[in-house]
Design a protein around this ligand. Structure first.
Ligand code: GRF
Length: 204
Protein backbone atom coordinates (compact mmCIF):
# COMPACT_ATOMS: atom_id res chain seq x y z
CA UNK A 1 0.00 0.00 0.00
CA UNK A 2 1.49 3.33 -1.08
CA UNK A 3 1.82 5.99 1.62
CA UNK A 4 0.46 9.31 0.38
CA UNK A 5 1.06 12.89 1.56
CA UNK A 6 -1.39 15.52 0.33
CA UNK A 7 -0.24 19.17 0.22
CA UNK A 8 -3.03 21.75 0.32
CA UNK A 9 -3.12 25.48 1.01
CA UNK A 10 -6.84 26.12 1.14
CA UNK A 11 -10.32 24.65 0.98
CA UNK A 12 -9.29 21.08 0.30
CA UNK A 13 -12.20 19.83 -1.81
CA UNK A 14 -9.79 17.69 -3.83
CA UNK A 15 -8.37 16.31 -0.60
CA UNK A 16 -11.95 15.44 0.37
CA UNK A 17 -12.51 13.64 -2.94
CA UNK A 18 -9.36 11.59 -2.31
CA UNK A 19 -10.39 10.79 1.27
CA UNK A 20 -13.82 9.65 0.05
CA UNK A 21 -12.31 7.52 -2.70
CA UNK A 22 -9.98 5.87 -0.22
CA UNK A 23 -12.88 5.28 2.17
CA UNK A 24 -14.70 3.53 -0.67
CA UNK A 25 -11.79 1.09 -0.85
CA UNK A 26 -10.76 2.16 -4.34
CA UNK A 27 -7.49 4.02 -3.95
CA UNK A 28 -5.01 1.23 -3.26
CA UNK A 29 -3.10 3.78 -1.23
CA UNK A 30 -3.41 5.46 2.10
CA UNK A 31 -3.38 9.18 2.88
CA UNK A 32 -1.16 9.31 5.94
CA UNK A 33 -0.17 12.98 6.03
CA UNK A 34 -1.68 16.33 5.07
CA UNK A 35 0.71 19.26 4.91
CA UNK A 36 -0.21 22.91 4.56
CA UNK A 37 1.84 26.08 4.30
CA UNK A 38 -1.22 27.85 5.72
CA UNK A 39 -2.26 27.05 9.29
CA UNK A 40 -5.79 28.30 8.58
CA UNK A 41 -6.38 26.00 5.60
CA UNK A 42 -9.73 24.23 5.84
CA UNK A 43 -7.94 21.21 4.34
CA UNK A 44 -6.26 20.70 7.74
CA UNK A 45 -9.67 20.51 9.45
CA UNK A 46 -10.84 17.92 6.95
CA UNK A 47 -7.76 15.81 7.64
CA UNK A 48 -8.21 16.08 11.41
CA UNK A 49 -11.81 14.94 11.10
CA UNK A 50 -10.63 11.69 9.54
CA UNK A 51 -7.74 11.21 11.96
CA UNK A 52 -5.11 11.89 9.31
CA UNK A 53 -1.87 13.30 10.65
CA UNK A 54 -1.45 16.99 9.82
CA UNK A 55 1.57 19.23 9.63
CA UNK A 56 1.75 22.93 8.91
CA UNK A 57 4.40 25.54 8.87
CA UNK A 58 4.85 28.74 7.01
CA UNK A 59 7.72 29.62 4.73
CA UNK A 60 8.09 32.98 6.51
CA UNK A 61 9.16 31.17 9.68
CA UNK A 62 12.28 29.81 7.99
CA UNK A 63 15.53 31.60 7.25
CA UNK A 64 15.55 30.42 3.69
CA UNK A 65 13.67 28.45 1.08
CA UNK A 66 16.28 25.70 1.38
CA UNK A 67 15.57 25.30 5.10
CA UNK A 68 11.81 25.23 4.48
CA UNK A 69 12.26 22.51 1.86
CA UNK A 70 14.63 20.50 4.06
CA UNK A 71 12.05 20.52 6.85
CA UNK A 72 9.38 19.22 4.46
CA UNK A 73 11.70 16.58 3.05
CA UNK A 74 12.65 15.39 6.51
CA UNK A 75 8.99 14.75 7.33
CA UNK A 76 8.29 13.04 4.01
CA UNK A 77 11.15 10.69 4.71
CA UNK A 78 10.32 10.02 8.34
CA UNK A 79 6.75 9.16 7.28
CA UNK A 80 8.05 6.91 4.47
CA UNK A 81 5.97 8.80 1.91
CA UNK A 82 5.80 7.17 -1.54
CA UNK A 83 3.68 9.78 -3.29
CA UNK A 84 3.13 13.52 -2.84
CA UNK A 85 -0.22 14.79 -4.12
CA UNK A 86 -0.53 18.55 -4.58
CA UNK A 87 -4.16 19.57 -4.17
CA UNK A 88 -4.47 23.33 -4.28
CA UNK A 89 -0.97 23.83 -2.89
CA UNK A 90 -0.13 27.41 -3.73
CA UNK A 91 3.67 27.35 -3.47
CA UNK A 92 6.06 26.05 -6.08
CA UNK A 93 7.85 23.01 -4.70
CA UNK A 94 11.57 23.51 -4.08
CA UNK A 95 14.07 21.88 -6.45
CA UNK A 96 15.40 19.53 -3.80
CA UNK A 97 11.97 18.03 -3.12
CA UNK A 98 11.24 17.72 -6.84
CA UNK A 99 14.52 15.96 -7.54
CA UNK A 100 14.26 13.58 -4.57
CA UNK A 101 10.64 12.72 -5.40
CA UNK A 102 10.88 12.88 -9.19
CA UNK A 103 8.09 10.87 -10.80
CA UNK A 104 6.35 10.65 -7.44
CA UNK A 105 4.65 14.07 -7.21
CA UNK A 106 1.27 14.78 -8.82
CA UNK A 107 -0.55 18.06 -9.36
CA UNK A 108 -3.99 19.02 -10.62
CA UNK A 109 -4.51 22.10 -12.72
CA UNK A 110 -7.93 23.57 -13.55
CA UNK A 111 -7.29 24.15 -17.26
CA UNK A 112 -6.02 22.23 -20.26
CA UNK A 113 -2.24 22.57 -20.00
CA UNK A 114 -0.12 23.97 -21.48
CA UNK A 115 -2.79 26.70 -21.71
CA UNK A 116 -3.58 28.97 -18.77
CA UNK A 117 -0.80 28.01 -16.39
CA UNK A 118 -0.61 29.65 -12.96
CA UNK A 119 -2.97 30.20 -10.08
CA UNK A 120 -5.98 31.56 -12.01
CA UNK A 121 -6.47 28.84 -14.63
CA UNK A 122 -10.28 28.86 -14.52
CA UNK A 123 -10.65 32.64 -14.60
CA UNK A 124 -7.95 33.11 -17.25
CA UNK A 125 -9.62 30.60 -19.59
CA UNK A 126 -13.05 32.14 -18.99
CA UNK A 127 -11.85 35.70 -19.61
CA UNK A 128 -9.88 34.67 -22.70
CA UNK A 129 -13.13 33.45 -24.18
CA UNK A 130 -12.15 29.89 -25.03
CA UNK A 131 -15.09 27.61 -25.78
CA UNK A 132 -13.44 24.53 -24.30
CA UNK A 133 -11.30 24.31 -21.18
CA UNK A 134 -10.80 21.46 -18.74
CA UNK A 135 -8.67 19.77 -16.12
CA UNK A 136 -5.15 18.36 -16.24
CA UNK A 137 -3.44 15.94 -13.84
CA UNK A 138 0.32 15.87 -14.32
CA UNK A 139 3.61 14.92 -12.77
CA UNK A 140 5.52 17.79 -11.20
CA UNK A 141 8.87 18.91 -12.49
CA UNK A 142 10.93 22.02 -11.77
CA UNK A 143 8.76 24.31 -13.90
CA UNK A 144 5.34 25.88 -13.37
CA UNK A 145 2.57 23.43 -14.37
CA UNK A 146 4.97 21.91 -16.88
CA UNK A 147 5.48 18.21 -16.05
CA UNK A 148 4.34 15.17 -18.08
CA UNK A 149 0.56 14.92 -18.42
CA UNK A 150 -1.29 11.92 -16.98
CA UNK A 151 -4.97 12.72 -17.57
CA UNK A 152 -6.95 15.51 -19.18
CA UNK A 153 -10.65 16.02 -19.51
CA UNK A 154 -12.41 18.78 -21.38
CA UNK A 155 -15.14 21.07 -20.06
CA UNK A 156 -17.28 23.05 -22.50
CA UNK A 157 -17.94 26.70 -21.71
CA UNK A 158 -21.55 27.39 -22.63
CA UNK A 159 -22.97 30.76 -23.64
CA UNK A 160 -24.88 30.74 -20.35
CA UNK A 161 -21.88 30.01 -18.12
CA UNK A 162 -20.44 32.58 -15.77
CA UNK A 163 -17.25 32.20 -13.75
CA UNK A 164 -19.12 30.56 -10.89
CA UNK A 165 -20.89 27.92 -12.97
CA UNK A 166 -17.65 27.18 -14.82
CA UNK A 167 -15.81 26.72 -11.52
CA UNK A 168 -18.46 24.26 -10.44
CA UNK A 169 -18.10 22.23 -13.66
CA UNK A 170 -14.31 22.21 -13.36
CA UNK A 171 -14.35 21.07 -9.74
CA UNK A 172 -16.75 18.22 -10.55
CA UNK A 173 -14.28 16.92 -13.13
CA UNK A 174 -11.34 17.41 -10.75
CA UNK A 175 -13.00 15.40 -8.00
CA UNK A 176 -13.62 12.55 -10.42
CA UNK A 177 -10.28 12.33 -12.24
CA UNK A 178 -7.75 13.15 -9.51
CA UNK A 179 -8.59 10.08 -7.41
CA UNK A 180 -8.34 8.00 -10.58
CA UNK A 181 -4.85 9.27 -11.39
CA UNK A 182 -3.73 8.63 -7.81
CA UNK A 183 -5.14 5.12 -8.01
CA UNK A 184 -3.21 4.49 -11.25
CA UNK A 185 -0.02 5.65 -9.53
CA UNK A 186 -0.69 3.45 -6.50
CA UNK A 187 -1.15 0.46 -8.79
CA UNK A 188 2.20 1.19 -10.53
CA UNK A 189 0.38 1.72 -13.80
CA UNK A 190 1.93 5.04 -14.85
CA UNK A 191 4.95 4.76 -17.11
CA UNK A 192 6.82 7.96 -17.96
CA UNK A 193 8.83 8.09 -21.18
CA UNK A 194 10.18 11.58 -21.73
CA UNK A 195 7.12 13.83 -21.77
CA UNK A 196 4.70 10.96 -22.43
CA UNK A 197 2.85 9.10 -19.72
CA UNK A 198 1.29 5.73 -20.55
CA UNK A 199 -1.43 4.24 -18.41
CA UNK A 200 -0.91 0.50 -18.31
CA UNK A 201 -4.00 -1.72 -18.51
CA UNK A 202 -6.19 1.29 -19.10
CA UNK A 203 -9.42 -0.73 -19.08
CA UNK A 204 -8.74 -2.35 -15.72
C1 GRF B 1 -8.30 23.32 -7.68
O1 GRF B 1 -9.06 24.00 -8.63
C2 GRF B 1 -7.02 22.82 -8.27
O2 GRF B 1 -7.13 22.52 -9.63
C3 GRF B 1 -6.09 23.99 -8.10
O3 GRF B 1 -6.44 24.55 -6.87
C4 GRF B 1 -7.80 24.27 -6.58
C5 GRF B 1 -7.85 23.66 -5.22
O4 GRF B 1 -9.15 23.48 -4.74
N1 GRF B 1 -4.70 23.55 -8.19
P1 GRF B 1 -9.40 22.66 -3.39
O5 GRF B 1 -8.56 23.32 -2.30
O6 GRF B 1 -8.99 21.24 -3.63
O7 GRF B 1 -10.86 22.81 -3.13
Amino acid sequence: MKRIAVFASGFGSNLQALIDYEAGGNLNGSIVLVFSDNGKAYALKRAEKYGIKTMHFCIRDFKSRVEFDSRILKSLKSENIDLVVLAGYMLLLGGKIVSEYRGRILNIHPALLPSFKGTEGIRDAFEYGVKVTGVTVHFVDEGLDSGPIILQETVTIAETDNLETLEKKIHEVEHRIYPLAVKYFCEDRLKITGRKVSILNIYK
